[in-house]
Design a protein around this ligand. Structure first.
Ligand SMILES: [Ca+2]
Ligand SMILES: [Ca+2]
Ligand SMILES: [Ca+2]
Length: 326
């Protein structure tokens, strides 16, 4: 009979899947029982060692080369130095720190920073010898070869020639600087102008002492003349009074002046004269054109004081080259 036989579960034989061994990734051996294959020790880094060796060799080479370049540079720089004017025996000397320049300095040579006596002055060697002009006419300017410094010795309290058209004399309204035959002079007019008469002017300082004075004067228009005061201080002082063909030395001031000496002098109009006063201790000497007109001994001398110029009446005087020396 054909019938449907009961289905008996068929046990299928399961064939194990055989894999291609070649395709199985090799698993690292993990069996703790089996000792692992020993790994070889790392090989020494030969290349790095080589580098170190090369460096050890090359560094000194580079250092020597750098030093050589440095030395060559110092020689080059040294050989390019242009010797200065007064340098002689110039050399480039070697030392471990490089070449260096040496020279000797010539004596008596313009350019050696020394002003040498008998060989140089400011005019022929201004580099070594300074100009000692201090722009003051009141000092005597010179150069000391010994100290190599300028000396400016004060020789004068006052010098004026009026050539610059100005004066420090506190002059009054009638006075002005004019041209007199190409020379600038101080024109002192005594005539009354705008109520000003018998003009006068003070100059200098009351503490000026033991000075000599010198001035040029000229009487114009008339012989009424002028007075020159020196060592003037309050009611003290001396006056050289020049008028009417006589010259008088007076002592005192405005109020108590008195004649101490008088000389006739044939002053001419429009002629320049030089008046000099000297005072040493008790002795006062007065000169006109180097002719001594007074030699006065004062038992009570006045030793300090300023100066004053005054015109008398209509006196008209011109002054020039006033110098007050120490
Ligand atoms: Ca010199
Ligand atoms: Ca000077
Ligand atoms: Ca002058």
């Amino acid at each position: 009979m054909e019938g449907t036989a009961p289905q008996v579960p068929v046990t299928q034989e399961v064939q194990p899947e055989v894999k291609d061994v070649s395709q199985i990734p090799q698993q690292p051996h993990t069996d703790p029982q089996t000792p692992p294959e020993s790994t070889p020790p790392p090989k020494p880094k030969k290349r790095e060692t080589k580098k170190v060796v090369m460096l050890l060799i090359l560094l000194p080479v580079f250092a020597i080369m750098a030093y050589g370049i440095y030395i060559a540079t110092t020689y080059f720089n040294c050989s390019k130095i242009t010797p200065k004017t007064c340098e002689t025996n110039t050399k480039c000397n070697f030392s471990l720190s490089g070449f260096y320049f040496t020279s000797e300095t010539k004596d008596n040579c313009c350019g050696n920073a020394l002003c040498e006596e008998g060989f140089e002055t400011n005019s022929d060697c201004p580099n070594d010898c300074p100009s000692c002009d201090d722009n003051s006419v009141l000092t005597l300017d010179s150069f000391s070869y010994e100290t190599q410094e300028c000396e400016n010795i004060a020789t004068h309290y006052f010098i004026e020639d009026f050539e610059e058209g100005k004066t420090s004399i506190d002059k009054k309204v009638n006075w002005k600087i004019i041209d007199d035959q190409g020379d600038k002079v101080l024109d002192c007019l005594g005539k009354e102008i705008e109520g000003v008469q018998n003009d006068w002017a003070n100059f200098g300082y009351a503490d000026w002492t033991n000075y000599k004075s010198e001035l040029n004067f000229k009487l114009v228009e008339n012989l009424e003349g002028f007075g020159f005061h020196f060592f003037s201080k309050g009611e003290q002082g001396y006056i050289v009074d020049i008028r009417e063909r006589k010259i008088t030395l007076k002592k005192g001031a405005q109020q108590g002046r008195r004649d101490v000496s008088l000389e006739p002098f044939d002053f001419k109009l429009d002629q320049w004269y030089v008046l000099k006063t000297e005072k040493t201790g008790n002795n006062i000497n007065i000169y006109i054109d180097d002719i001594q007109v007074f030699e006065y001994k004062d038992s009570q001398p006045v030793d300090t004081g300023q100066l004053r110029i005054e015109t008398f009446g209509d006196g008209h005087v011109r002054l020039d080259d006033i110098s007050i020396s120490k």
